[in-house]
Design a protein. Structure first.
Length: 707
């Protein structure tokens, strides 16, 4: 993906999220922020819902810094003006071209939802649901009046546990109503790694409150400080639930100890990039043996999955550690842990004291965000997360045309032809592996704009006067929908993103590339613009997603999406050697402070970035082969291609957020997703007349290239 994913409140399976994220082009880029003043609160107050979708032209000459030398720092040359003129808004951890478009999309959705919430005109069932959901979310006075009382039924069910034997049934009930929480562990469905045509149960890791296991294991001063602040935050939340301050501090210390033990048994993010490490298929008896003190039969029956006997356990060592914790912890300690994770999962949807405390730690402390997002943004994001296809249908009907879909599909086909030609020309790959690669390429499904069939939300009961209830019923709807897939035929038409998303992704098990309507808008794709920047930007994105099918992770899945080795040993070694060139290159780049890119974590995205840009270039050159192209805006056509590519990555970022991303993000900073590519492309050096020895020109014989 190229933009920060909006949190989907319906997804609870960390293994699926890991597989999806590793195969996407999300640009949570991490370039150090220039010295710019923060946006004012007054400017944010001026936000208004958009009644029509705005037109923002594609290639932006004003975003450039013509005083910079493109052969010394192409990112500064392309984005210097943008960074200077686009300070980070006070409710954002970072700000980017993608972020601005996502913000415009949200404003447009705000206008749609505001109209549907207020209108008494006749509406269909889906319009009524999203309008009522938004109205309930925006009813701040009702939410403030209720304070923390909506949690009382769940808190009482935790208090009512008599013995540890009651845990499985209660945990199942909480898993059904807590979106994206993973209390103790995550449980859902996914395609069988060994046979992608089958959907089986997945038992994943979980149980942590901090963004990554490394927050618990690293011993540097910043990590110790964050842990101390996290414990204080837990204690404050427990006080808000009515607890005694001193006891809350003791409880917070214990919760930290529990989570630390689970973190130590959790795979690292780099380890999770190896699908074989998360492929541990077993029957019910073996799953029970991993956790002998937890009755899986009771848990599964409470989920409505009686007699289930096939599971993929993504992290067996984690489950053994969890079993040890459940054995040694007292019942009261388990209850305390569950209270904390209950309030952590729901605090953003409660009254101001809860929401502000959640924001103070997870946004302000962790990511340096000065101000809470305005309520309309939070409500739009929730509707998109829980009723996303109903909202997406409204977006598509207003902002996405059949002509635009056809143009994008045509470009996609051109990129695929370019990749087929590229595979044919590879000197390092044997004919046998080339044949398999071409077979996989031909099998890639292209999903453009929106799903062919929209999701049915008829069983999701939305009430205009019950906001938290809507959130919980939304989580219940999505969790049950995911669990219902187990043992059923695979739905190849399903999407993992909603249509308004400013993002794109490749799914290795589906073997499909997905481009929502939201990302096919100006300035990212501009039908009014010449082909050069469009092929650089959107063509590069399409090529990126396609390359993900052949990066270090995607290449391990075959044409049908099953985990299968289709490479000769010699070709696999050649691929690894070429990938090492990229690992070594990106390991030299600094994110923030003295923190370098974890290039083993970012490898898949770095490979896809470079492959995507090369494919976009090849397709564009084929498209304009018989055309006489003239310079525009003082740039030659070749220069416009590269500037068009680079301007998607213009961004500013807070140092605190950069530190989080250094541990968690499989994408390199935007600066290096531009400079790190062009240094490896002789076509760039020729376009800008760069000379050997300049920073944007690789040393002779040292340019990296996989695809």
């Amino acid at each position: 993906m190229r933009a920060a994913l909006l949190k989907n409140t319906g997804v609870i399976l960390s293994a699926l999220a890991t597989a999806l994220t590793a195969a996407t082009i999300v640009a949570n880029a991490q370039t150090p922020s220039p010295a710019v003043a923060p946006a004012t609160t007054a400017a944010r107050i001026a936000d208004k819902p958009l009644k029509s979708f705005p037109y923002t032209p594609g290639l932006d000459v004003s975003a450039m810094d013509k005083t910079a030398d493109p052969c010394v720092d192409f990112y500064q040359y392309t984005c210097g003006g943008w960074m200077k003129n686009n300070p980070i808004p006070p409710d954002q951890a970072r700000w980017s071209v993608y972020g601005k478009l996502a913000n415009d999309n949200q404003k447009y959705l705000w206008g749609i939802l505001q109209s549907l919430a207020a209108s008494n005109e006749k509406k269909n069932a889906a319009q009524q649901k999203i309008g009522d959901y938004f109205a309930a979310c925006m009813n701040e006075s009702a939410i403030e009046k209720l304070a923390g009382t909506p949690l009382q039924p769940a808190l009482s069910s935790i208090d009512d546990m008599k013995t540890k034997a009651d845990l499985p049934m209660l945990l199942a009930a909480l898993h059904l109503t807590l979106a994206d929480e993973g209390m103790l562990f995550g449980f859902s469905s996914n395609q069988d790694f060994g046979d992608s045509s089958k959907v089986i149960a997945f038992a994943a890791g979980g149980g942590l409150g901090l963004p990554d296991r490394d927050y618990y294991t690293k011993d540097d001063e910043k990590s110790r400080t964050i842990r101390s602040q996290y414990v204080a935050h837990i204690a404050q939340m427990l006080v808000l639930l009515g607890g005694n301050a001193e006891k809350a501090k003791q409880s917070a210390d214990k919760i930290m100890a529990i989570e630390t033990a689970l973190a130590n048994a959790t795979l690292t993010r780099v380890e999770k990039r190896d699908p074989y490490k998360q492929f541990n298929k077993m029957n019910a008896a073996k799953l029970q043996a991993l956790m002998p003190n937890f009755n899986w039969g009771t848990y599964l029956q409470a989920l409505g999955l009686k007699n289930l006997n096939t599971f993929n356990v993504t992290e067996p060592a984690f489950y053994k550690a969890l079993s040890t914790q459940l054995q040694t912890l007292t019942l009261d300690e388990i209850k305390t842990y569950m209270r904390w994770h209950l309030v952590r999962a729901t605090s953003q949807h409660l009254s101001t004291p809860f929401a502000d405390e959640h924001f103070a730690f997870f946004s302000k402390t962790l990511r340096g965000v000065p101000e809470q997002k305005p309520r309309w943004k939070r409500c739009v994001a929730l509707v998109d997360g829980q009723l996303g296809e109903a909202l997406g249908q409204e977006f598509v009907s207003r902002a996405f045309s059949a002509d635009l879909k056809a143009k994008t599909l045509r470009m996609t086909k051109q990129i695929e032809v370019a990749m087929a030609d590229d595979i044919k020309s590879l000197t390092w790959m044997s004919p046998a592996t080339k044949q398999k690669a071409q077979e996989k390429l031909r099998a890639v499904a292209n999903k453009i704009g929106y799903p062919d069939t929209w999701r049915d939300y008829s069983t999701f009961n939305v009430k205009r006067d019950d906001f938290l209830g809507n959130v919980q019923r939304g989580a219940n709807f999505e969790t049950k929908r995911q669990l219902a897939k187990i043992g059923k035929p695979l739905n190849h038409g399903e999407w993992g993103m909603t249509a308004p998303s400013v993002n794109a992704y490749y799914n290795p098990q589906m073997n499909d590339i997905n481009f929502p309507a939201g990302v096919l808008q100006p300035p990212l794709y501009d039908p009014k613009m010449d082909d050069a920047p469009n092929y650089g930007n959107t063509g590069g994105t399409i090529g990126h997603e396609l390359t993900h099918g052949f990066d270090d992770e995607g290449r391990q899945f075959d044409a049908k999406g099953s985990l299968k080795d289709w490479w000769t040993k010699k070709d696999a070694t050649e691929f690894t050697n070429r990938s090492q060139c990229i690992i070594d290159q990106y390991a030299t780049y600094t994110i923030v402070d003295d923190i370098k890119i974890n290039s083993k974590l970012t490898l898949g995205e770095d490979v896809a970035d470079l492959g995507g840009l090369i494919l976009g270039w090849m397709a564009w050159k084929t498209e304009v082969a018989d055309m006489k192209l003239e310079p525009r805006d003082g740039l030659t056509p070749d220069q416009r291609f590269f500037v068009g590519y680079a301007q998607w990555a213009c961004e500013n970022d807070r140092d605190e957020n950069l530190r989080v991303k250094a541990l968690t993000d499989p994408h390199s900073p935007g600066k290096y997703r531009v400079n790190g590519l062009v240094v490896n492309m002789p076509e760039f050096a020729k376009a800008f007349s760069c000379n050997a020895g300049q920073p944007m020109v690789a040393e002779k014989g040292k340019a990296c290239r996989v695809w």
